[in-house]
Design a protein around this ligand. Structure first.
Ligand SMILES: Cc1cc2nc3c(=O)[nH]c(=O)nc-3n(C[C@H](O)[C@H](O)[C@H](O)COP(=O)(O)OP(=O)(O)OC[C@H]3O[C@@H](n4cnc5c(N)ncnc54)[C@H](O)[C@@H]3O)c2cc1C
Ligand code: FES
Length: 274
C-alpha cells in the first residue's frame, strides 16, 4: 500500500562522488518517526527541497539502517541543482517510501547477478546492502558495473569492502579508458565473459538506462534465464508518486505504484516502456 507520509529531515553529511553526483545522508528529525521508517530495496522517495519542488529519488541505503537514509543524486536540472548547492545541516523533507521492490526473499539460496550502468548503481545499492546483511542466504553474487569513463565510477571507496568482506564478485568496465585506467574497456555485456551462468539457479537485477538493460536482459534471456527472474527499475517523470496524477503512466500502468521495479517479462509487455 502507498502512503503519503512525510518526514522532515536534516542533511547530516554530503559525500561528493563525481562532478555530477553526490551522496546525501539524511536523518529523520523525529526519533519516533525515524524508528518507524521502513522501506524495501528498489523503492523510492519523493524528496522535497523547500521552496523549489519535489523529485523522485531511489533509496540508496541499507534497509537495516534507520539512523540515516542515503540518496545518490545526479545534478540534472532545477531541483537537483539547488540541492547540489545545499550544505550539511540544511533541512529537506521526504515522502514515501513508494513503489514496488525487488523480491529479495525469492532470490534466497540462488545466484544473483547485479548489473548497474552509470547512475543505475543508486537503486542497486539497497539490494546489495540487503544481500550483505543476509550473505549466507545467497549463493554466488556477481556485480557488473559499467560507466562511460573511469571518473564516472561511483562508490569506488566501497569496492574493496564489497569484494573482500561481503564476497561479492565485482567486475567493472568503462567505455572509454584513460591513460591511468588499467581495467577493462568496452560495453557492459562484455563482462559476461568473466562469469559462468547457471540459468536454472540465477536471478538478475539490472539498473541503468533502458538501452543498456535491454541489451543485458536480451543477453541473459539467450543464456536461458527466464524473463520473470530478471528485474529492472523503470524511471518515468513523476509528480504524486502514488497513482493519483497519471504523470508516470505507460499505457494503463502506473510506474510509481506498479513499478518502478518490474520483471522483464512485464516490461516486454508494457507498450512503449523501453
Ligand atoms: C523512480 C525514480 C527514481 C529515481 N532515482 C534517482 C536517483 O536515485 N538519483 C538521481 O539522481 N535521479 C533519480 N531519478 C531521476 C530524478 O528524479 C530526476 O533527475 C529529477 O526529477 C530531475 O529533477 P530536476 O528538477 O533537477 O530537473 P528538471 O529541471 O525537472 O529536468 C532536468 C532534466 O532531467 C530530465 N528528467 C526529469 N525527470 C526525469 C526522470 N524521472 N527521469 C529521467 N530524466 C528526468 C528532464 O527531462 C530534463 O532533461 C529517479 C527518477 C525516478 C522516476
Ligand atoms: S506519479 Fe502520479 S500517478 Fe504516478
Amino acid at each position: 500500500m502507498q502512503t503519503d507520509r512525510g518526514y522532515k529531515c536534516r542533511i547530516t553529511n554530503i559525500v561528493s562522488l563525481t562532478e555530477q553526483e553526490k551522496l546525501f545522508q539524511l536523518r529523520i528529525l523525529d526519533p519516533d518517526e525515524r524508528n518507524l521508517f521502513r522501506f524495501r530495496p528498489g523503492q523510492f522517495l519523493m524528496l522535497q527541497v523547500p521552496g523549489y519542488g519535489e523529485v523522485p529519488i531511489s533509496i540508496s541505503s541499507s534497509t537495516s539502517n534507520n539512523e540515516q537514509v542515503e540518496l545518490c543524486i545526479r545534478k540534472a536540472g532545477h531541483v537537483t541543482s539547488v540541492l547540489f548547492d545545499a550544505q550539511k545541516g540544511a533541512h529537506v523533507a521526504i515522502r514515501g517510501p513508494f513503489g514496488s521492490s525487488f523480491p529479495m526473499e525469492e532470490m534466497m539460496d540462488r545466484n544473483v547477478i547485479l548489473v548497474a550502468g552509470g547512475l543505475g548503481i543508486a537503486p542497486l545499492r539497497a539490494p546489495l546492502f540487503w544481500i550483505n546483511d543476509h550473505r549466507d542466504r545467497y549463493k554466488d553474487v556477481h556485480m557488473l558495473y559499467g560507466t562511460r569513463e573511469p571518473s564516472q565510477l561511483l562508490f569506488t571507496y566501497q569496492f574493496e569492502e564489497w569484494e573482500k568482506i561481503n564476497h561479492i564478485n565485482l567486475h567493472t568496465i568503462v567505455e572509454h579508458g584513460t591513460p591511468d585506467w588499467s581495467g577493462r574497456t568496452g560495453m557492459i555485456t562484455e563482462l559476461f565473459s568473466e562469469i559462468d551462468i547457471d540459468p536454472e539457479n540465477t536471478y538478475a537485477i539490472v539498473c541503468g538506462p533502458p538501452v543498456m538493460f535491454k541489451f543485458v536482459c536480451n543477453y541473459l534471456d539467450k543464456q536461458g534465464i527466464p524473463m520473470n527472474r530478471m528485474f529492472v527499475s523503470l524511471e518515468r517523470r513523476m509528480h504524486c508518486g502514488m497513482g493519483k496524477c497519471c504523470r508516470c503512466m505507460v499505457g494503463s500502468t502506473f510506474t510509481c505504484v506498479d513499478g518502478p521495479v518490474f520483471d522483464y517479462w512485464s516490461v516486454m509487455n508494457l507498450k512503449e516502456a523501453i
